[in-house]
Design a protein around this ligand. Structure first.
Ligand code: AMP
Length: 194
């Protein structure tokens, strides 16, 4: 199983990514988590990554690719991956397609979790009030949603044109979202087997 999870902040891609990985037995690769781990190293690269993350800006494509490529390559060799939060830009999507081609694999689906902006904002503010992340402040949340709309949003038509977009309503309880994704993926597998 090789899946991409495409979702604005607050849509629940971390939760769904973990569940889908457990369900399908492949590795959950969360781009944001890997970059936060690099940032914690505290060296020059780490400090640079932390600065982008704290502002809610995207980390430059080349840094993201340097961090993600070895992890994706290893996961592909072990049976697949749920890629959560990567790609987030068109150049990253092109690089991801080139990497998959190099590895001799294809991606089965790009799962797009969508919810109204007011719902996403409220969820992130709730997470902030429970101790959340350093980028869960009102201003940075607004900026992250804007970055998604402007830079990551164009990947929705990109994967639609490639016939692999699976859009799921994320404005439901987490169990319902998981069930919807699983139903849609099972449908895809059946269609591919026909
Ligand atoms: P996330 O944990 O997915 O909400 O990501 C948190 C932050 O990590 C984002 O606001 C970006 O600063 C950075 N980030 C995560 N994934 C990417 C990516 N694919 N490209 C660039 N920056 C990313």
């Amino acid at each position: 199983m090789r899946l991409l999870l495409l979702a604005p902040p607050g849509a629940g891609k971390g939760t769904q990514g973990e569940r889908l990985a457990a369900w399908s037995g492949v590795r959950h690769i969360a781009a944001g988590d890997l970059l936060r781990a690099e940032a914690r190293a505290g060296d020059r690269l780490g400090r640079e990554i932390a600065a982008y993350q704290d502002r809610g800006d995207l980390v430059p494509d080349q840094i993201v690719l340097d961090v993600l490529t070895p992890v994706v390559t290893e996961a592909a060799a072990r049976g697949g991956y749920i890629l959560d939060g990567f790609p987030r830009t068109l150049p990253q999507a092109i690089a991801a397609a080139e990497l998959a081609a190099r590895l001799g694999v294809t991606v089965h689906a790009a799962v797009y979790l969508h919810a109204p902006e007011a719902v996403l904002t409220q969820r992130l503010l709730d997470r902030a009030s429970q101790g959340g992340r350093s980028d869960d402040t009102a201003d940075v949340i607004r900026h992250r949603l804007q970055v998604f709309a402007e830079t990551t949003g164009p990947l929705v038509p990109y994967y639609t044109e490639r016939g692999i977009l699976v859009a799921v309503d994320a404005d439901q309880p987490p169990d319902s979202v998981t069930a919807d994704i699983q139903t849609r993926l099972a449908g895809l597998t059946r269609a591919a087997g026909r």
